[in-house]
Design a protein around this ligand. Structure first.
Ligand code: ADP
Length: 219
């Protein structure tokens, strides 16, 4: 459902991503593990059409994100929780997003419930949110279009242990119903707790990949 082939991104003399190749299968959570600066966000930005590759290909559901009809509905994306409309309420932000991707507004209440934001919280301005609440709002946005694929950059950041446990269950359910999840983290434990497969990136290169059970659990 996600295919990255020989993907490279250079910023001037910096090679942020260097010939990355991996896939994310339907029905799985793939953990994208690497230290800060390894190139995870850059891969995710190329996957979701936010930045063009220098060379190589990134496809979601068989096409480049930008060529995918109604991509915003089929692919749930959460890249940077700080990139939300700070002056709007959570509910307004989701309502705008629902209009943009053409889903009924009733979906807004469904995803608020899904991520556990109360009516009260949804009525507050995003700038007053804690990081954990922003992550929940970001996940709500990602689920809005009933997507088949989720691309989530460090979704556990700012969540408390209970929130992390909840999120794992949510992503597990999503994958068990056939969805594909690519989730980045700089923490092995976080990836290990939820992922089926793991892709390890360091200095822009994929240095290991495979089922968590083979790659990590045996260590
Ligand atoms: P990660 O998400 O794993 O922390 P990033 O993809 O954000 O890593 O960054 C990978 C490398 O690319 C880093 O060296 C970063 O400084 C560099 N980089 C990312 N975006 C840009 C940009 N817009 N301009 C220049 N360098 C960038």
């Amino acid at each position: 459902m996600i295919r990255v082939e020989n993907l490279t991104k250079r910023y001037g003399s910096v090679t942020a991503v260097d010939g990355a190749t991996f896939t994310v299968r339907p029905g799985t959570v793939t953990g994208f593990l690497g230290p800060n600066g390894a190139g995870k966000s850059t891969v995710m930005r190329m996957l979701t059409g936010l930045t063009p590759p220098t060379s190589g290909h990134a496809t979601v559901l068989g096409r480049a994100y930008r060529d995918l009809p109604n991509a915003g509905a089929h692919v749930g994306v959460m890249l940077d929780a700080s990139a939300q409309h700070p002056g709007r309420t959570g509910r307004e932000a989701l309502t705008l997003a629902s209009i943009a991707i053409g889903v009924p507004r009733t979906r807004v209440d469904e995803v608020l419930r899904l991520v556990g934001l109360t009516d009260d919280e949804a009525g507050r301005r995003v700038r007053t949110y804690s990081l954990g609440m922003r992550q929940r709002l970001g996940l709500a946005g990602a689920f809005l279009g009933e997507p088949r694929v989720l691309v989530l950059d460090e979704p556990a950041n700012g969540l408390d242990p209970q929130g992390i446990h909840w999120m794992r269950g949510l992503l597990r359910d999503f994958a068990d119903r056939g969805g594909a999840v690519l989730l980045s983290s700089h923490l092995l434990a976080e990836v290990q707790a939820v992922a089926d497969d793991i892709v390890v990136i360091g200095r822009g290169r994929i240095v290991a990949q495979g089922p968590v059970a083979e790659l990590v659990d045996g260590l």
